[in-house]
Design a protein around this ligand. Structure first.
Ligand code: GLY
Length: 378
């Protein structure tokens, strides 16, 4: 009888993390001080447009995760290498604490300066985080009660749920009640206008600037205004859990759960989502592995926060199932491929990074693998 040896989840995830380390090391050696965004034919460096300048924190963020992975295993030399690289790539981001052009300061600083601060306790790093939170709060529109997206004053994006956390953080660190109020109001508005009754989400909400009245749901990267863009839903799942952690408002936890339940129920059995849950016809065959990686990372957080142990275990084991699928079929192992995960989508309508590696997919995949390994029973 032929006996097929199946790898344990621990071995599968450890191998995937080590593969990710190798890919990132190669990029550092091949393109020093370059920050990848999305690949073209598997290559990170190309002249394609960025659309918006939002993801420079993810590459150093991956390095901070590799540092912890190696430090936990007492691999001193590797941990030292990753700490040096992580600092080298995090430091140039510091001026972005004042950046008012993007709504992404949480992405940029919580993946880098926050991890750095947790390792060293250097107050100077915390000052950068606090300033970034204050800068984010300047996006608040009193009429409408939301943080405006990078696109225009009347626009609110679901993605901002991943960035409002840095305002809660700055409020917590400074005791500033106005900052906390802004973060709360933005989260409540997003919950009201972008999360639907079935737990699905819209990408964008548009407001009347004169009255602050909510007008309608819309999208840039999803299929339609009334569809559910899978990455947007993953941002909401993760983001509402973060806001619950900062605010302890149980409604935010319930919203995160509702988004998780929609995500899980509508994901095919093999565990990887289409780029939009309502994508029609053949377009539905295009997966977005980054949405799956973000959802896995979010489900692991939710599993940690939730009181009910049965539901908590369900979310944890679903995250592990998603990671198993990503490791099984989507690692960028073909010759010359520079990213970690294949099958990501950046902007399908602009034809940017379609069926490619995307930096945020690699980052949240790394985060989820590291988290799953840390919480896996021996
Ligand atoms: N702009 C954030 C995203 O593509 O998800």
């Amino acid at each position: 009888m032929i006996h097929f040896e199946q790898k344990s989840d621990r071995d599968l995830f450890t191998d995937a993390l080590e593969f990710a380390e190798k890919q990132v090391r190669n990029v550092i050696d091949k393109h020093p001080d370059f920050y990848p965004m999305y690949s073209k034919d598997g290559k990170w460096k190309h002249d394609g447009p960025k659309w918006t300048h939002w993801c420079d924190g993810f590459f150093p963020g991956q390095m901070w995760l590799f540092r912890r992975f190696n430090a936990d295993r007492r691999r001193e030399k590797e941990a030292k290498y990753w700490m040096e690289q992580a600092i080298r790539y995090s430091e140039p981001l510091e001026p972005r604490q004042m950046d008012r052009d993007v709504h992404d300061l949480g992405f940029i600083f919580m993946s880098t300066y926050h991890r750095w601060y947790k390792v060293t306790g250097d107050k100077r790093l915390n000052d950068v985080l606090i300033q970034a939170g204050k800068t984010m709060a300047l996006r608040f529109k009193d009429k409408g009660q939301y943080l405006r997206s990078f696109v225009s004053d009347d626009s609110l994006f679901i993605d901002i749920m991943m960035n409002v956390g840095i305002i809660f953080y700055a409020a917590h660190e400074t005791g500033d009640r106005t900052l906390r109020e802004i973060a709360m109001r933005h989260t409540l508005t997003t919950q009201r206008v972008l999360v639907r009754g079935d737990g699905s989400t819209a990408h964008e909400g548009l407001f009347d600037l004169e009255t602050g009245e909510f007008l309608r749901q819309s999208t840039h990267q999803g299929y339609r205004g009334d569809s559910c863009w899978s990455r947007g839903l993953a941002w909401a799942l993760y983001g509402f859990s973060t806001c619950y952690e900062y605010s302890r408002n149980p409604h935010f936890l319930r919203t995160s759960e509702a988004c998780a339940d929609f995500f899980i129920t509508h994901t095919p059995d093999e565990g990887v989502t289409p780029w939009d849950f309502n994508a029609p016809g053949e377009s539905r065959d295009q997966v977005d592995t980054s949405a799956s990686a973000i959802a896995a990372a979010g489900l692991l957080r939710l599993a940690r926060l939730i009181q009910d142990p049965v539901k908590g275990h369900f979310y944890w084991s679903t995250a592990v199932h998603i990671l198993r699928s990503l490791c099984g079929g989507y690692l960028g192992k073909s010759k010359g491929w520079e990213g970690v995960l294949k099958g990501g989508v950046y902007h399908i309508h602009k034809d940017l990074g379609v069926n490619e590696s995307v930096m945020w997919g690699d980052y949240f995949f790394t985060e989820a693998l590291e988290h799953a390994l840390r919480t896996m029973p021996e």
